[in-house]
Design a protein. Structure first.
Lengths: 217, 424
């Protein structure tokens, strides 16, 4: 996502306990208390606040924010999905985060749709819940595979690669290829093509190439 | 008369604020916004005694320079205040342990010119007398030479240091040149000439020809800047009529909403850049942009809004220039483009400060939650105002107090599932 000035000011307005920090290296950092009140559609309200740092990259840069919890409430362990190398929070798989942000293309959108659900879940976990209420992924490659299977509606590594490849192609060209779900038909004849069309509408085709390249490794 | 300056023109529209629950703008809310901001300003404003103390010091210094035995007695020395003390925009330092800057100028009005003296000679002449003063007043710390001034630490009831900038008056030709430059930049002729008459040449020990006799001195005009600032502070008609009185009432006593707004902005800046002072937006830029945007006759909230709109427009234009209104060839933001300025990301930090101060002002104006206001005052302006203080402010003015809960987020089905890279 490319952040505009309006994005940042709208965010500062909504989450007024967060503020811009002086920049020492040209990147934009926001810190403070992220205070939220949230609930899933059928679930309990939770109101909480965490001390958060957001790394927004250089002005005009196009990357997802990096998030750290700096108040010491969230254990820096992998079962809280805190990245071991830099202690940033891992809020989801790269593709899922990109798709979410494509649907809600603002900083407030990222916070509301990617960070708040994580903090809600982490709060429940801190209070004794066994896992993450909205689900969680295994670490590393197996986690990505499981997530992409769910997003794309296919099963197995090869099918995921094929589906990602088809997302880099134009709709009409892709629909002539064999369906990656393994049904034997052309993609255009399988209901899967509707799901892939929907995904293709969210992001430019070239972006899917990135996930294909990452996934192929 | 002072009270006129506190609550001016209620008729101006506060279009940036949402109407109350009944859908109409609310006089009580206008008043409470004013009071919220005054809570902050009152905590920043220096007491009368601080200004009087500063005045005693520079008058004392002036007498020393004028005394019979002074090496510059024959040069018609004039010691005067410049900077925030001359504009009435000085504020308490952020930390009790920090010092005030008392910026002074020492103008030698006779017998010294660029044709007869080097910059170094003028600097040393003034420095010599300052050293004499230091010994006479038994000031402990050494006289410190800086690029354009001499610094004298003063141990008194308040922690001051005085920066004394030596200078000589600009000649007629230079004054005419400056006057024309200002007029081309839109300054009214009479004011331009008045301002140009105060221009001086100052020294900088980094300049190439510092030790030789040459014309490459730095141009400066602190007294002229004050005149320009006053012209921005006063309504045009009032300005002309009140000219005779201008010198009688010191600026710091006049407390217009321009000065108060600048005080708020400076404190916000100090707090935001407390841990990174080298990169902070400089006061002269804040003051100049504020004075440019301001028109008299509004409430404090209205003035702040107007000034913040001006800052926002400057920020969005991505400009690299804040021209000195009394010397349009000088760019106060010239450091931004230099390697040192780029390394400190001065321009970006300025823009980020503008974004943040606007958001913080909007929050204060829009909030009716005393706890949140208290926290904000402390976190963003380093002002200790309690929730009770704000409750009183809101209560007295009839505005409803509301404890706001954070904006509610509904978590839709299938949010992203947390993941992390594997430990290698």
């Amino acid at each position: 996502m490319r952040l505009s000035v309006d994005d940042i000011t709208a965010f500062l307005s909504r989450y007024h306990r967060m503020s811009l920090m002086p920049s020492t290296d040209g990147s934009i950092t926001v810190e403070g208390w992220l205070e939220f009140s949230a609930a899933p559609l059928h679930g309990a309200d939770i109101a909480e606040a965490y001390r958060i740092r957001l790394g927004l990259g250089s002005p005009g840069a196009q990357a997802l924010p990096t998030v750290w919890e700096i108040g010491g409430k969230i254990p820096r362990t992998q079962d809280y999905h805190v990245n071991p190398h830099d202690h940033s929070l891992c809020l989801g798989s790269p593709l899922k985060l990109a798709l979410t942000v494509a649907q809600y293309p603002s900083l407030v959108g990222f916070i509301d749709k990617c960070l708040v659900p994580y903090l809600y879940a982490a709060t429940l976990k801190l209070r004794g819940a066994p896992g993450f209420p909205f689900g969680e992924l295994a670490h590393g490659a197996p986690g990505i595979l499981a997530d992409y299977e769910a997003i794309l509606g296919v099963s197995g590594r090869t099918s995921v690669r094929d589906a990602l490849f088809l997302l880099t192609l134009r709709r009409r060209v892709a629909n002539k290829h064999p369906c990656p779900c393994g049904c034997g038909k052309r993609l255009g004849r399988c209901p899967l093509h509707l799901g892939l069309n929907h995904l293709r509408n969210l992001m430019p085709r070239s972006h899917f190439a990135r996930y294909l390249a990452e996934f192929g490794r | 008369m002072l009270s006129d300056l506190i609550y001016a023109d209620w008729g101006s529209s506060f279009h940036f604020r949402e109407p109350g629950a009944n859908g109409r703008y609310n006089m009580a809310q206008d008043d409470s916004n004013e009071q919220k901001l005054l809570q902050l300003v009152q905590a920043l404003e220096l007491p009368e005694s601080a200004y009087q103390s500063a005045q005693r010091r520079y008058e004392d210094l002036g007498r020393w320079f004028e005394r019979k035995e002074s090496t510059v007695a024959g040069n018609d020395p004039h010691i005067y205040v410049q900077g925030s003390f001359s504009l009435g925009t000085a504020i308490y330092p952020l930390l009790a342990s920090e010092e005030y800057d008392l910026d002074l100028a020492c103008k030698l009005r006779k017998g010294i010119s660029r044709a007869t003296h080097s910059q170094e000679q003028l600097k040393q002449l003034v420095g010599q007398e300052l050293e004499g003063y230091r010994q006479f007043r038994k000031i402990q710390s050494d006289l410190e030479e800086r690029h354009r001034c001499w610094r004298l630490q003063y141990q008194d009831d308040l922690q001051f240091h005085m920066d004394v900038v030596p200078g000589i008056p600009a000649e007629d030709q230079r004054r005419a040149e400056l006057s024309v430059l200002m007029e081309s930049a839109g300054v009214e002729r009479h004011l331009a000439q008045d301002v140009a008459a105060q221009a001086v040449w100052i020294t900088d020990n980094r300049s190439q020809g510092y030790q030789q006799i040459n014309p490459d001195w730095l141009s400066s005009n602190p007294e002229g800047y004050v005149k320009w600032f006053v012209s921005r502070m006063e309504a045009p008609a009032r300005g002309l009529l009140a000219e005779a009185q201008v010198d009688e009432i010191p600026l710091y006593r006049r407390k217009t909403n321009l000065q108060r707004s600048i005080q708020l902005l400076k404190r916000h800046r100090d707090q935001m850049f407390g841990s990174n002072k080298d990169a902070k937006p400089v006061s002269i830029i804040i003051t100049t942009l504020a004075a440019r945007s301001y028109t008299p006759g509004q409430s404090l909230a209205g003035s702040m809004k107007q000034i913040l709109d001006g800052l926002a427009a400057f920020r969005l234009s991505n400009s690299d220039e804040v021209l000195n209104p009394v010397n349009p060839k000088e760019n106060f933001a010239d450091r931004w483009a230099l390697p040192e300025g780029k390394k400190l990301h001065l321009k970006q930090n300025f823009q980020q400060w503008v974004d943040q101060v606007a958001a913080d002002f909007d929050f204060i104006i829009g909030s009716v939650d005393p706890e949140a206001l208290s926290e904000h005052a402390n976190a963003r302006f380093a002002v200790r105002a309690s929730a009770e203080d704000f409750t009183k402010v809101l209560g007295l003015t009839g505005a409803a107090v509301q404890i706001r809960t954070p904006h509610r987020v509904t978590i839709e089905s299938r949010p992203p599932r947390p993941w992390s890279k594997r430990l290698r």
